[in-house]
Design a protein around this ligand. Structure first.
Ligand code: FPP
Length: 226
């Protein structure tokens, strides 16, 4: 089977903000702030390189276990990120999509997110942000819904996942050298290529994305066939 050389859908586990800050003797919040800058760069790089959909793991359902102060910093960053980037997203035709249950966030963030979803809804490319997201929970929710609809099959579960309207996941990248999926896109990763990179997320730049896309283009995908 011949495959397009550029992935349509790339997902990233943005890991290493804390270590980046620690290496520089800075507060963790600075690592997250620089992580936000890396998100901005990466969205732009995806547009330039022809990636249609980027999904990022911004806040997992397990991240509530972090210190209160760090959670507050991440929420502050989220507010600022949307404020600072919404105009550019509309202008650049980037549709925002949220996966996970963001209703658990502060009401002002929920309102801000819903406004951003509405204002970007006509974009032709997608930035999907995983917020309060856990893949096992997503699969359980989708299976329960499929059961209520009276038909539990691979296709019916898939149709009820948060990602149902996104292209199939082609490439999953994790930064910081850790080699695990941490409850991210477990179902969607069934046939995705995976690339684990040593760079800490705040240092991630266009050159890292390009290197990952080059490696992707060299891999032969078989989907279980030969
Ligand atoms: C992992 O680093 C990163 C996170 C838990 C949060 C990711 C969030 C951002 C990059 C913020 C910007 C994103 C948006 C959409 C506003 P870590 O803290 O687990 O790093 P460590 O493993 O080195 O401690």
């Amino acid at each position: 089977m011949s495959e397009p050389a550029t992935p349509r859908h790339v997902a990233i586990i943005m890991d290493g903000n804390g270590r980046w800050a620690k290496n520089k003797r800075l507060p963790r919040a600075m690592g997250h702030r620089e992580g936000g800058e890396a998100v901005r760069r990466t969205v732009k790089a995806c547009a330039r390189l022809g990636v249609e959909c980027l999904t990022i793991y911004a806040f997992s359902s397990e991240n509530w276990k972090r210190e209160e102060e760090e959670i507050a910093d991440l929420m502050k960053l989220m507010r600022r990120f949307i404020e600072a980037n919404l105009g550019d997203m509309v202008e650049q035709g980037v549709r925002l999509k949220i996966i996970g249950d963001y209703s658990a966030f502060d009401p002002d963030i929920v309102e801000q997110l819903e406004d951003a979803l509405e204002r970007t809804k006509d974009g032709s490319r997608t930035l999907a942000v995983a917020l309060n997201y856990g893949s096992q929970q997503e699969i359980a929710r989708a299976a329960a819904k499929a059961a209520r609809q009276g038909d539990v099959t691979v296709a019916s579960i898939e149709a009820n996942l948060d990602t149902a309207d996104l292209p199939p996941l082609d490439l999953l990248i994790r930064t910081s050298g850790e080699v695990r999926l941490s409850n991210f896109l477990l179902w969607q990763a069934a046939y995705a290529e995976m690339i684990f990179m040593d760079v800490l997320w705040p240092d991630f730049g266009e050159e890292h994305l390009e290197a990952a896309l080059d490696e992707f283009a060299q891999r032969e995908r078989r989907y279980g066939g030969r």
